[in-house]
Design a protein around this ligand. Sequence first.
Ligand code: BGC
Length: 366
Amino acid sequence: MRTFTKVLGVTTVAALALAGCGRSNDTGSTPSASGSAAASGFPADALIGVALPQKTSENWVLAEGLFKDGLAAAGFKSDVQFANGGVSEQQNQIQAMVTKGAKVIVVGAIDGSQLGTQLKAAKDAGATVIAYDRLVKNTDAVDYYVAYDNFKVGELQGQALLDGMAKKKANGPYNIELFAGSPDDANAQVFFDGAMKILKPKIDDGTLKVVSGQKDFNQVVTQGWKAENAQKRMDTLLAAHYTSAPLDGVLSPNDTLARAIITSVKAAGKPIPIVTGQDSEVESVKSIMAGEQYSTINKDTRNLVKETIAMVTALQKGQTPTVNDTKSYNNGVKVVPANLLPPVIVTKENAAEAYANDPNLAPLTK
Ligand code: BGC
C-alpha cells in the first residue's frame, strides 16, 4: 500500500476503504460528516471517558494525570483507564464508559482496528468519539482525531538520521538498520512511511545501505512497542551482519526502542551509531545530553491533552471542535477530521531551547 494516494473521487475513496489505508494525501475529498457530534451539547458536569492503551512510553503515563486534572478543572467528571491487560480489557473499559453514560469517549487505542463494536455502541448511545494520538481504523464510529502530525514525525526522524551521520562522516555510503513500531498501532506505519519518504531515495542511490536487507515495514516492526523485542532484533542483526562492518545509523521510531537498541550495541562492544527517537522521555534526553542517543521528537503531551479537552469543551457547548486537517487520515471507512499539532526535532544542539518551557526536561539540558 502506497502512502500517498491521490483521492480523486468516490471510487478511489471506496478503494482506499477496502484497502484499509491509514493515511492518504488526498486533495479532492471532503471529510465525512461527523454524525451526532456537536449536535446540541450536553451538561457541563458530564462524564468524559478516556481509554488509554498500555504504558508503552512516558507520554501515556503523563496523559493520565493531565486528563484527570484538566477535565476536573474544566468542570467535567472523568473516567480515565489504562488497558495494561490488552485489547479485550480496553474493549470492556470502553463498553463500561458507554454504560455509565459518558458523553465523549477519548480513545488511545491499543489496536486501532479492534474497537468497532464498542465505538458503535458509544455512537448509538449518543456519545462523541475522539481518537487520541492513534487513529481508530475501519469504523465510521469515530468523529475526530487529535494528534501530533505523525507523518511529519517520521520525516523529521529520517532527516535527523541523515544529518547525524553526515556530521560524523561527511560522505556515504552509510550502513544503517531500520526499526518500526507495533503494527497494531496505526501510527507505526505512518511514522515509518514518513521516514522512508526521506530515506528511500538515499537507499536507492546507494548513499544508504541497509546491510540486513530488511527494508519493508513488516520485516522491521516491533511488536507491542516492547524494548526487549527491539533489543533482541538488534542483537541478532549485529551478530549476523556487523561482526566486521561498521554500523553508522539506526532509525528508531521512539525513545524506548532507541535506548534498547543502544543497550544492544553497547553489549556487543560496538561504537554507538546515530540513533533517532521520539517522545522526549527523561532517560533519552539524558542520553542525548551525554552524547549517546542522537535525536528525539518533542510532542509535548500537555498540549495534546489541552487540545483534546478544548474539543470536549466545544462539544459540551454544542459547537463544532476546531480541526486543521480534513484530508490526511483515511481510516479505511472515512476521512477523520483531525487537529494535528506540529512535532519538533530535538538534538543536543537545540535541547535547551526546545525544552525551555518544560519544567521536567529543562533542568536536564543545563
Ligand atoms: C505514540 C508514540 C509512542 C508509541 C509507543 C505511539 O502511538 O504516538 O509517541 O512512542 O505510541 O507508546
